[in-house]
Design a protein around this ligand. Sequence first.
Ligand SMILES: [Fe+2]
Length: 335
Amino acid sequence: MSLLSDRFDPGPQIAQCGSINLGTKSLEKSLSFFRDTLGMEEVERRGNVSYLRCYQELGHHSLVLTEQDEAIVNAYSFRVRRPQDVELFHDALKQQDIEVVEVPAGTEAGRGTAIRFLLPGGEHPFELYFDIDKPRAPEALRSRLPSNSSKRRGLGVRRIDHFNIQTSPSTINQAEQWVRDNLGFKRREFAYLPDQPDTVMASWMSVTPQVHDLAIVANRLDKKAQLHHVAFNLQDFSDVLTAADVIRDLEVSYGVGPGKHGIGQAMYLYVFDPGSDHRVELYAGGYLIFDPDWEAIEWKKENFPEGLTWYGDPIDTAPGSRGRDTTGSAGLRRK
Ligand SMILES: [Fe+2]
């Protein structure tokens, strides 16, 4: 048994959501939101690109703000479990005839070699990496707690939490199945489209005990690649309420919330980065899954509204609700 377990190789795996690279039309406005209001640390600035992390993140960055003409999403980055997994994923993608480009070390500051590809069925630009620097914060910002990179400041976002991406109903089944089969995400909760009972409307998936590190939702505008939101984690429900109170008084566009999701059982507040207009969710709580034989929970039409909003300000599900195209496919061909 011990010999067998020593030899067991699970293959390449995803460890966590790593970072998102957001295009913004105004770095200054985005910094005032993420750094000054949410309390992130600006770890490094390279020209028109800023690298930030939350106060409980030891890695170099979880957010890259790139000032550019189009406020698209340049990359969704996931950290893999072992250094060799970057190359193993590269080979596995090539075997499926998926175009992959190597992103050299240092292309994103503080990060090692990554690979980049477009999500099959979604066209979202995904990047996988392992190596990331763990710089200490400047002394004035540094926390005395060794598990915190910096002192808690602003509204106190402590880590990146999840991505919620959209693709079209015609490709969502392919995209959702692909991330489960190839990246190891487990489906935790889901719903089918009421009028297309074999088509996923939304699926919440994770590689960690969280209910979701990645959600994929059918886009009723029939677009293949949109960001619905990126979520950052706050410690407590009361922090979300404080955030709502503070942000109401700022020049920040306010979405829905605060409220509590039935799905995942976390509290939400959606606001918009004033620089990029990307939707950001401030998120706290939620249950954790440790069962190895977890069976995905299906939400039927009649209960779905309370899945979205258990209590509080209801989620806007109108087809025209804002989503931002994620067309950052530089170097990759769309199929
Ligand atoms: Fe979310």
